[in-house]
Design a protein. Structure first.
Length: 204
């Protein structure tokens, strides 16, 4: 009987601890969401999922969210310092050429698909490539597990700048990489490299 009671108490304590931890994470997320005034741009449930994923994979307090439910002529890339509770950057980001035109509607984890992948990425090392300073990404979700094989990286690109929207009515498109304005690339790389997170979201 004593062994049974001990096991029951341990189980109840474990459940209680898990419940408390989940409640604490939800509270932290709401505080950050309110302090950064993200409610004007991003649904809370998207932010909450991104924050939970950030806590799961990140090694530093810099998280980012790409909201692909928005068209590419809107600023849909958010970079947040979760410790300081500050929105650091809110900018443009391109999607893959086979994911759609103004809107990204098709997503893939398949090599050579030239489509954007959704899910959680852990940001790895910086390197200098075709587009200058860039970031390698590790896919941490089943929907983006081939990120390394596909060479999906974050980089700057002229086609991801507002001037392109004036010409085309939308951003240019990548081969699946999240591409951002060139002038922000170095700043974003330094913020996210080696332990930050990216959560890529879309409708449904």
């Amino acid at each position: 009987m004593k062994v049974w009671m001990t096991s029951l108490i341990i189980m109840l304590l474990s459940v209680s601890h898990a419940s408390y931890a989940a409640h604490t994470i939800n509270q932290q997320a709401k505080i950050i969401y309110d302090k950064t005034k993200l409610g004007k741009h991003l649904k809370y449930d998207v932010f909450l999922t991104a924050y939970k994923e950030h806590m799961r994979v990140a090694d530093k307090p810099i998280m980012s969210i790409i909201d692909y439910s928005k068209p590419s002529d809107r600023r849909r890339f958010f970079i947040i310092n979760t410790e300081e509770k500050k929105l650091l950057h809110h900018t443009f980001v391109s999607h893959g050429i086979n994911s759609g035109d103004l809107y990204a509607t098709k997503f893939s984890n398949i090599v050579d698909s030239k489509q954007t992948s959704l899910g959680t990425f852990r940001v790895a090392e910086a390197y200098h490539g075709k587009y200058g300073i860039s970031l390698r990404l590790d896919g941490m979700s089943p929907s983006n597990s081939n990120a390394r094989k596909r060479a999906i990286v974050l980089h700057g690109a002229k086609y991801a700048e507002p001037a392109t929207i004036k010409k085309l009515g939308m951003l240019g498109r990548s081969w699946g990489c999240p591409a951002i304005p060139m002038q922000l690339a170095a700043k974003v790389v330094n913020l996210l490299k080696e332990g930050g997170s990216i959560y890529a979201h879309a409708k449904g």
